[in-house]
Each structure stands twice: as structure tokens, then as C-alpha cells.
Design a protein around this ligand. Sequence first.
Ligand SMILES: [Zn+2]
Length: 89
Amino acid sequence: MSTLDTARRAAAELLRESTGSDLPEWRATFVGEAHAANAIAPICTDEEHIESEDPSALDCCPEPVIPVDPPLVEYLVALLNADREGRWA
Ligand SMILES: [Zn+2]
């Protein structure tokens, strides 16, 4: 088993508890006062939260909301979402 497989399995339990999915879709988000996205989080499934209108991390949003240096936000979201293609059996 690769290092990535091992790490993915270790993360799956937390992600399953908070999002209902071992490999949730991720998005760029905002925490605090910020002019650029400064965090990543799983997509929010709350029907009241329209992320295209308010991309902030709100109380309805699943954990983990992970603060990230802004230049890395889109890269990490892209990596995590690309990894969803690698779902194990
Ligand atoms: Zn939300």
C-alpha cells in the first residue's frame, strides 16, 4: 500500500463523520476578514447555504475548515479533488 493510500485511509474516518463521504469534494473558502480565499473545506451540503453567493465557512459547513496560505488554496483544492478519482475499492 502506498503512502498516499495509507494517509487517505487515515483521513477517511474523520471525513466520513463530518461529511458522510470518505472522499468529499473540496472548495476554497474564507475564515475571518480576508480578501482572498484563505482556507479549504469540504463542500457544504446545506440547502440554505449558496456557496456561489457566500463562499465563507459558516456554522452550517462541515469540518474540517483548514486555514491555508492563500497562494496554496486553489492548488490544494485541485489536488484533493483530483484524488477523489483515486477512490479505493
Ligand atoms: Zn455551509
